[in-house]
Design a protein around this ligand. Structure first.
Ligand SMILES: Cc1ncc(COP(=O)(O)O)c(C=O)c1O
Length: 375
């Protein structure tokens, strides 16, 4: 709940996409009959070999508490960007790392330090939730909603950093739910401002690997050499390891060590570690996933456009669409087992977010929307 230009106050847990058992029961639906467009993950499903690797895990052994093999494989994967194993932390989803960051940099901040974070909103609800759990205050820079797109003014963000001196600034790039992308020069300006403020810029790149602009905007190389940047990646999203959850962070070794000191042992289970090893070794997968996303994106934008529904430009594997009464449309689609994300919790009650699934599923969804709008 927004209470002034740039602070928020709420004790509620963040709202997330995904299908909940309680709703399935209430609607008399079975999960296997539903299509989930509310959690935006790779449309290809997990890479070949993941199911086999999981089946091969010895369920009676503890996982490696240090995720050593996967940490090394991730470092090798980003080796060209100057990453080595000391720059990597693996988490039970990137969300675990978000919470480690707020614990390390807000909760454990000495009383005379800044216990606040800056968010560029509307954005992923877990940042706000994690900051509050850690006892921090949230400053928000709301995006300007133009008739065509959502934009933030980087100079305003830099000014807020200088005036509030937040311990953390969270930037989701591309942003959930708007799909807007911040360019590298702007990221560097924010990182420099955070450096001066003595804090960390957290760049959540959960969706960058599925973006057609991944090469131009990805900031891993920057994180490997800039002591004030942490980049988060979500293997949950990249490789559709959704039921397992897996993510990692790239940062300076001192930052990584501070986060690891707070991480519970075994937080990344053995199935996720085994799946992650197979996924990261698949050199072709992400390019194929990006092609599938591009085909589905074109299909949804064209079909919704033909219905007179505005789609905001997106650099991600989801589309923010302006539909009027989002909760109502979301609920009517859910009756048919089609789950989209109502964006009311983001402060956008006229928008739904559609995670791009394979194109046949997208045709089914847009047909259902066309029929409901027609009634
Ligand atoms: C921006 C963003 N970051 C992180 C996550 C969580 O991903 P993970 O499963 O890696 O924790 C989400 C999930 O919706 C997200 O939207």
């Amino acid at each position: 709940m927004q209470n002034d230009h740039n602070t928020t106050e709420s004790t509620a847990r963040p709202v997330h996409g995904g299908i909940k058992e309680a709703e399935l029961r209430a609607l008399g639906l079975r999960l296997e009959d539903c299509l989930d467009f509310s959690a935006s993950v790779s449309p290809l499903g997990p890479p070949d070999g993941v199911a086999e690797a999981i089946a091969g895990v010895d369920l009676s052994s503890y996982p490696d508490p240090h995720c050593l093999a996967l940490t090394e494989a991730i470092a090798t994967h980003h080796g060209r960007d100057g990453v080595d194993a000391g720059n990597v932390i693996v988490g039970n989803g990137s969300t675990e790392i978000i919470h480690l960051l707020t614990r390390a940099y807000i909760e454990q901040m000495p009383a005379d330090g800044s216990r606040s974070a800056l968010l560029l909103t509307p954005t992923y609800g877990e940042y706000d939730g994690a900051v509050r759990i850690s006892g921090g205050k949230v400053h928000a820079l709301p995006a300007t909603r133009g008739c065509r797109e959502f934009t933030w003014d980087t100079d305003s963000a830099v000014r807020l950093i200088s005036s509030h001196g937040p311990a953390l600034t969270f930037v989701c790039n591309p942003n959930n739910p708007t799909g807007a992308l911040i360019t590298l020069p702007d990221i560097e300006s924010l990182a420099d401002a955070m450096h001066v403020a003595g804090g960390l810029l957290v760049l959540d790149e959960a969706y960058i690997n599925l973006s057609d602009r991944w090469a131009e905007a990805g900031a891993i190389a920057l994180a490997a050499r800039h002591s004030s940047i942490v980049v988060l990646r979500s293997m949950t999203k990249d490789y559709a390891l959704t039921a397992l959850r897996l993510g990692y962070g790239i940062a300076a070794p001192a930052v990584i060590a501070r986060l690891q000191a707070l991480q519970p042992d075994w937080s990344v289970n053995g199935l996720a570690q085994a799946a992650g090893m197979v996924a990261i070794a698949d050199q072709e997968y992400l390019a194929r996933a990006r092609r599938a996303v591009a085909v589905s994106r074109e299909c949804v934008v064209e079909r919704l456009g033909a219905l007179g529904i505005q789609c905001y430009p997106t650099a991600a594997n989801f589309i923010l669409a302006r539909v009027g009464d989002a909760p109502e449309l979301r609920d009517r689609l859910a009756l048919q087992g089609l789950f989209v994300r109502d964006c009311t919790s983001f402060g956008l009650p006229d928008c739904i977010r559609i995670g791009l699934r394979p194109v046949d599923d997208c045709v089914r969804l847009t047909d259902a929307i066309a029929e409901l709008i027609d009634r």
